[in-house]
Design a protein around this ligand. Structure first.
Ligand SMILES: NC(=O)c1ccc[n+]([C@@H]2O[C@H](COP(=O)([O-])OP(=O)(O)OC[C@H]3O[C@@H](n4cnc5c(N)ncnc54)[C@H](O)[C@@H]3O)[C@@H](O)[C@H]2O)c1
Length: 360
């Protein structure tokens, strides 16, 4: 009997790959065909654990017709070339965040996928969480009134070992640093809920990781195009690491998400359904506060199943590459602001702009 589930192949078998594998194995609509890695030892361990095919390179994986979607799980600076190659081979793509290192790269990737008529999405799994969806719907229906403030406070911890695991985790050129690596999820949520942004004023420091030449702490003042204000605080310096907070304040209501649960949900027009919304999410689900592997896989499963749906219905994935362009632009603007010690206006006038070198 033929298997009708859509076949996925993973490019990279490092830290995040097991979460994709578990999500695929838990899904009734997708299946894990195999994985590729240049590191033979990692690949062997992974294919044994998840009982899937192993390929020594992306080219080898693209030669397998059962792989219809490639999940790009390589270090950040390697995403662009892999996406261009896989799109040219007619594969749909799910790219781990951040999708690329510059807006020019994002545009080239989007264009290549359009030309090849393949779907392309980004793994920003926090957008799938129920509290986020509830806040978005309340904004769309006008329940908040005018949004006054939209903030995130991410006080996480990463031990020095995390940075030493692989050279790219300490290299700004490879897209490391708390802003583009960890906080990207929550910058994206603020963009999704309250964006776009017109001006940022950021400062970055390395507070507690001596020897690691990137920022472990970001503080930024934000002005949204709507006129709302905001703050982005993000750090991997704060032991033991506490759940991230997203706070949205409107004229007529306040919503606060902590980790993946709704913490506060109050509107002037209290409604019967609000009691159930206040219970969304769970404090028991880990969201990365204390370590990189301190995560569940169900949000990844939701992103993967949306990709299956996008392929079957010939539509854009919900978290499309284009919808993430401004998130990257906002992150790059904060690096620019921190490097120049000055506010930066968006949109950026230079699509080739990459992470500016910081004296941390
Ligand atoms: N969505 C999330 O919550 C989340 C969490 C962690 C990491 N990530 C993202 O996932 C991506 C990977 O992160 P990681 O921590 O798993 O990295 P990692 O360094 O642990 O793993 C990357 C793997 O890619 C392999 N690789 C490198 N170049 C390759 C190539 N050309 N062909 C085949 N394999 C190659 C490496 O050998 C390594 O095994 C990054 O973009 C990161 O930002 C996302």
């Amino acid at each position: 009997m033929t298997d009708s589930r859509i076949g996925f192949g993973l490019l990279g078998t490092g830290l995040i790959a097991p979460f994709h594998a578990r999500a695929l194995q838990a899904s009734s609509r997708a299946r894990l065909v195999g994985a590729a890695d240049l590191d033979k030892g990692r690949l062997q361990k992974f294919t044994t654990e998840f009982r899937c095919r192993g390929y020594s390179s992306l080219e080898a994986m693209l030669a397998d017709p059962e792989v219809r979607v490639v999940n790009v799980l390589t270090p950040n600076h390697l995403h662009h070339d892999a996406v261009i190659q896989a799109a040219a081979a007619g594969r749909h793509l799910l790219i781990e965040k951040p999708p690329a290192m510059s807006l020019r790269e994002v545009d080239a990737m989007a264009q290549a996928c359009q030309a090849a008529n393949v779907r392309v999405g980004v793994v920003l799994q926090c957008r799938t969480r129920k509290p986020v969806q509830a806040i978005r719907q309340a904004i769309d229906s006008g329940r908040f009134g005018r949004i006054l403030q939209a903030d995130t406070f991410m006080k996480w911890f990463r031990a020095a070992d995390y940075y030493r695991m692989d050279a790219w985790r300490m290299s700004q050129k490879s897209g490391a640093g708390v802003t583009i690596q960890q906080a990207f999820h929550y910058i994206d949520l603020l963009h999704f809920l309250a964006g776009p942004v017109k001006r940022v004023h950021a400062q970055m420091r390395n507070l507690s990781h001596p020897g690691v030449k990137i920022e472990d702490t970001l503080l930024s003042f934000v002005e949204y195009e709507s006129g709302a204000l905001g703050v982005v605080e993000a750090s991997t310096a704060h032991w033991p690491g506490t759940d991230v907070r997203i706070e949205i304040n409107g004229e007529n209501g306040t919503a606060i998400m902590v980790g993946e649960r709704m913490d506060t949900w109050h509107f002037r027009d209290d409604r019967p359904e609000d009691a159930a919304i206040r219970l969304y999410g769970s404090a028991a689900v880990a969201t990365g506060a204390t370590g990189a592997a301190d995560l569940g896989f169900h949000d990844h499963q939701a992103v993967i199943e949306d990709m299956v749906d996008a392929i079957e219905r010939n539509r854009e994935p919900v978290i499309s590459l284009r919808s993430v362009r401004h998130t990257l632009e906002w992150a790059l603007a904060m690096y620019k602001s921190a490097a120049q010690h000055a506010p930066v206006q968006l949109p950026l006038d230079d699509a080739d702009c990459v992470l500016e070198q910081l004296a941390t």
